[in-house]
Design a protein around this ligand. Structure first.
Ligand code: SAM
Length: 265
């Protein structure tokens, strides 16, 4: 692989020491191992090495790795040249599980990387993550709030998430155009089965693409009015106001109506 372009990789490096320390202190003492995604020039890696005996870092930009290795020579840091979007997680993490994750994620791929880890409470307990503020808003959004979409439903399925603090563009070099926010995401076993969640997310992603419409219109042709009423939902409601349990219940009613209704099998 050639060296990817820096802009594409969201390389805004943290330079504000107070912010860096605050992110590191949001990790817990246990489990005693941390995966850092995108260590970059190692701003966060140092404070993590002070707290953890085991720090494993995944960096996609091979050009950054030699200086990172030199900076932390003689420490227990293990760096892998790897893309966190498709590195297989079980071979990477299962032997020593569970892990915490600390990451200042690039805006371009931050959501996709977070979504990969959300269902993996078996491998990861806590994710301390910095993302674009707008993405964190969507992550923690509640059904009545704006921005309540699929990301919030996935978070509700797999984790508790809290907003820790906002980080202004001045904390980085080069300065990003957007504001950032640090969130703490604690993973837990889901209350619904994988099958229930799959069916619920399928309906939700369809409906939330038409979020301004009322349920019967937003969910055409997958769900009819009768099924919405049988689920106890208000047909005048908009898709963004439904919580995870609502989508699971609706998917169950639709699934029980016969396989010809929707492709939920
Ligand atoms: N942690 C450093 C800091 O806070 O200064 C760097 C953060 S910078 C916003 C994002 C880092 O993630 C960059 O070093 C970039 O090369 C790396 N990165 C981008 N995409 C990645 C991916 N898919 N897998 C692993 N690392 C990635």
């Amino acid at each position: 692989m050639g060296r990817p372009k820096r802009r594409q990789l969201g390389q805004h490096f943290l330079v504000d020491q107070r912010v860096i320390e605050r992110i590191a202190t949001l990790t817990k003492p246990t489990p005693p191992r941390v995966l850092e995604i995108g260590p970059g020039r190692g701003a966060l890696t140092g404070p993590l090495l002070e707290r953890f005996d085991r720090v494993l870092a995944l960096e996609v930009d091979v050009g950054l790795i030699p200086s990172l290795q030199a900076k932390y020579i003689g420490t227990t840091l293990e760096i892998r040249s790897s893309d966190a979007l498709n590195e297989p997680l079980d071979p990477l993490l299962a032997a020593e599980k569970p892990w915490q994750i600390a990451a200042n994620l690039p805006y371009s791929v931050g959501t996709a990387i977070l979504r990969r880890f959300l269902p993996r409470h078996d491998l990861v307990t806590r994710i301390v993550v910095m993302l674009q503020s707008e993405v964190v808003d969507r992550l923690v959004a509640e059904p009545s709030g704006s921005g309540h979409g699929l990301l919030a439903l996935e978070r509700a399925a797999y984790a508790e998430a809290t907003v820790a603090f906002d980080v202004p563009p001045d904390a980085f070099r080069p300065r990003p155009k957007v504001h950032s926010t640090v969130a703490v995401v604690d993973l837990r076993p889901p209350k619904f089965s994988e099958k229930e969640l799959k069916a619920a997310f399928y309906l939700a992603s369809h409906g939330l693409n038409r979020a301004r419409k009322t349920l019967p219109n937003a969910l055409k042709p997958l769900v009819d009015l009768n099924q919405i009423e049988r689920s106890g939902l208000d047909p005048g409601a908009r898709p963004g106001t439904l919580d995870l349990a609502d989508w699971v219940r609706l998917a169950e009613v639709v699934g029980n109506s016969g396989p010809q209704q929707v492709g939920l099998s």
